[in-house]
Design a protein around this ligand. Structure first.
Ligand SMILES: Nc1ncnc2c1ncn2[C@@H]1O[C@H](COP(=O)(O)OP(=O)(O)OP(=O)(O)O)[C@@H](O)[C@H]1O
Ligand SMILES: [Mg+2]
Length: 264
């Protein structure tokens, strides 16, 4: 059965769009047909992050206003087979778009795909409600910073008022060296605070951007690849494996890496 999953956060800039793009690619690598739906109307970031912005002909507003069929608006990813993007609109006029429109778009995408990942705008205003009301499940992205965790907690309380089958979280931009020095909250603490399932831990990693925007997936074994692949497998198979971002800073060579990182 197709799963429509909203990727949300409350706090802006924590990595929702990056996580949506990377999870989508990994789910497609697992053999699924995946579509990413950008509901951040007017701030179309998903197509930019995925390097697809020059290939947009139609967007979600064209679909909603019947200027094209949904199939015509879908852009196929060049990196992962079976992955498509339905881009958001460039214009800021959101008056013509409502929860029912988004629900109808998601309903027709569900007929063609195994996963519909909905990239949610920041905040908890109307755009949030539009995106969440079309979803069956939610993944809340947070960073290990107190302000982001507090917003994630608020969002989870809000999400509980929707009829969602599952709410989990991804802890993004984790600094393994800081975690080892106990200078930042770890995934167990976040799990306890949010009282939600941890879908994954994604480290702070420049390769994450390569994973999103370049014409290739990064090498297996890079932190960004492994962590995101693990989260995608947890999502798909229902497992609970958690990437250990602190692993490379443990042991003799790890302690050297840790000191170098601290100096940087
Ligand atoms: N794990 C990571 N490691 C390094 N950089 C990251 C990571 N995750 C996200 N980023 C960077 O953080 C920035 C914000 O990410 P992104 O646009 O995905 O956030 P967002 O939550 O979608 O923002 P908005 O709320 O504005 O929609 C981007 O520059 C992205 O490359
Ligand atoms: Mg975004």
């Amino acid at each position: 059965m197709t799963r429509a999953i909203v990727i949300t956060s409350g706090k802006g800039g924590v990595g929702k769009t990056t996580v949506t793009a990377n999870l989508g690619r990994m789910l497609a690598c697992l053999g699924n047909k995946v579509v990413l739906l950008d509901t951040d109307i007017g701030l179309n970031n998903l197509d930019v992050i995925m390097g697809l912005e020059n290939r947009i002909v139609y967007d979600i507003m064209d679909v909603i206003e019947n200027r094209c069929r949904i199939k015509q608006a879908l852009i196929e990813d060049e990196v992962a087979e079976g992955l498509f993007v339905l881009p958001s609109a460039h214009s800021y006029d959101t008056s013509k778009i409502n929860g029912q429109n988004i629900k109808a778009v998601v309903r027709s995408l569900k007929e063609k795909f195994d996963y519909v990942l909905i990239d949610c705008p920041a905040g908890i205003e109307v755009g949030f409600h539009r995106a969440v009301s079309a979803a069956d499940e939610a993944v809340v992205v947070t960073t290990p910073h107190i302000s982001a965790i507090r917003d994630a907690d608020k969002v989870i309380q809000l999400l509980k008022s929707y009829r969602l089958k599952d709410i989990s979280f991804i802890l993004n931009r984790v600094r393994g060296d800081m975690e080892l020095r106990q200078e930042t909250v770890g995934v167990d603490d976040v799990r306890e605070i949010l009282k939600a399932r941890a879908l994954g831990v994604v480290p702070e990693d420049d390769d994450i951007n390569i994973l999103s925007s370049s014409g290739r997936l990064p090498d297996k074994g890079s932190a960004g690849y492994d962590a995101t692949f693990m989260a995608a497998k947890n999502l798909h198979y229902g497992t609970d494996f958690i990437y250990d971002a602190a692993k490379k800073y443990k042991g003799f060579f790890g302690s050297i890496k840790r000191r170098i990182k601290k100096r940087l």
